[in-house]
Design a protein around this ligand. Structure first.
Ligand code: ZN
Length: 131
């Protein structure tokens, strides 16, 4: 069974660093070598890996996504959040990371981000680790 991580977002569009929460699941599973799948079961949220050292990188990603896919009423989707669905598809709904020596094998500046596109709200992220 996958583990569920709860994420609470504070804005309509938000990126939340969940690296430590994912790493905790690997540590709890006592897995030394393997892979970790991080999956978002929502249609207006996504998951990505990018730079975590400079918060302006996330701000730039959010700004550019909002320019490319603006929040307005020009879409057909009646719910009014078509931009959220489009942003979620651009970002994608999962990442896979290699586990080495019990740690996520990320680059020096890389973090795993939950991406909210229709918040604020409470969300779920599934984590599955496998040898
Ligand atoms: Zn919708």
């Amino acid at each position: 069974m996958p583990v569920t991580i709860s994420v609470k977002t504070d804005a309509r569009i938000d990126m939340v660093d969940i690296t430590r929460l994912v790493q905790k699941e690997i540590s709890d599973a006592r897995l030394q070598e393997g892979i970790c799948v991080v999956y978002v079961p929502h249609t207006t949220a996504g998951i990505t890996i990018n730079e975590g050292a400079d918060p302006d990188v996330c701000r730039d990603i959010i700004k550019k996504l909002s320019e490319l896919v603006p929040y307005d009423r020009s879409y057909r989707h009646l719910e009014g959040n078509a931009d959220s669905h489009i942003k979620a598809s651009i970002i994608g709904s999962s990442v896979t990371v290699i586990i080495k020596n019990g740690q996520l094998l990320l680059g020096t500046w890389q973090k795993i981000f939950f991406c909210e596109f229709d918040g604020p709200r409470s969300r779920r992220v599934y984590v599955k680790v496998k040898e």
